[in-house]
Design a protein around this ligand. Structure first.
Ligand code: ZN
Length: 290
């Protein structure tokens, strides 16, 4: 048995982990778009404020000399009031979250963002002990985001201003270790960044493939297993038709053998494999063969 209780899968040369930060509460109506409440409440029962409990999950890919963190979650900088709004427990610093893997924040070599919304970029920076300065959480890491996403985050489109918070990502610019990508990228052997659009204009997903096994981290184009059903959309997608196209590609790939999916907002964080049919897909928990 693996010594760590975190969800883990071996993908060729890499150990891949899912790091759950949540739970995180959001309005159920917004999470499930135009799906009527009687349908979604059977899957995720809402609380008295109509909020459903989602996860906030990051993917960590550990190789011999590299540690890649995909998305950084909400982080530790939110105010007590903000934490209350999203139903968040006390924040856990990265040192504590990485300790079960025998890692420290200085061990992270690469940080990749699917996009820069506050629940994906918040953990990339931390407040200094005196609370007066905001610094990168991973001082040794190169950071990767699509250039178009960076531009949209710095000058948010109408209606998107709440989702992007400058203080989470601007300090990364000053490090000189921020890489703004133009197009798909082969990050490291077996690790691909692929633009999906949909949720945001330059949203990207991350795929790890090695020795016949693949893990896909689709980010917010498919935030939970429930959203594999193409009509189940969130209200947060800027380009819903692109989101559907990205999910169709995810379904096509996900039904191939040895392909696992890790969902960014899975309320029960685990690696999943698809069963059923592309019309009625189901993502069931994957367990390592004994
Ligand atoms: Zn999100």
């Amino acid at each position: 048995m693996h010594p760590s209780p975190l969800p883990h899968v071996r993908v060729g040369r890499y150990d891949v982990y899912l790091l759950p930060e949540g739970p995180f509460r959001m309005d159920g109506g917004a999470v499930f778009g135009f799906i009527p409440r009687p349908q979604w409440e059977q899957k995720l029962p809402p609380d008295a404020q109509n909020r459903v409990a989602l996860g906030v999950n990051q993917l960590l890919i550990k190789g011999a000399d590299t540690v890649v963190l995909c998305d950084t979650g909400l982080g530790t900088k939110l105010t007590p009031r903000q934490r209350e709004v999203y139903g968040l427990a006390a924040p856990a610093p990265w040192a504590e979250r990485l300790a079960p893997l025998g890692l420290a924040p200085t061990d992270i070599t690469h940080v990749v963002f699917t996009h820069l919304h506050f629940d994906h970029a918040g953990g990339a920076t931390i407040l200094t002990d005196d609370g007066r300065e905001i610094r990168p959480a991973f001082p040794q890491a190169d950071h990767f985001v699509q250039a178009g996403e960076w531009e949209d985050a710095c000058l948010p489109p109408e209606g998107e201003t709440f989702a992007y918070q400058f203080q989470h990502f601007l300090p990364l610019y000053e490090t000189g270790r921020l890489h703004r990508l133009r197009g798909n990228r082969h990050l490291l052997p077996g690790i691909q960044l692929h633009i999906t659009g949909g949720h945001t204009r330059y949203h990207q997903e991350i795929r790890v493939s090695d020795e016949g096994r693949t893990v896909i981290f689709p980010g917010d184009v498919c935030p939970t297993p429930f959203h594999l059903e193409l009509t189940w959309r969130t209200s947060y997608d800027r380009f819903p038709l692109e989101t559907i196209a990205a999910r169709r590609r995810l379904l096509a790939k996900g039904f191939q053998p040895e392909v696992l999916i890790a969902f960014s907002h899975d309320p029960q964080p685990t690696f999943r494999r698809l069963t059923g049919s592309p019309d009625h897909p189901e993502a069931v928990a994957w367990h390592a063969p004994a």
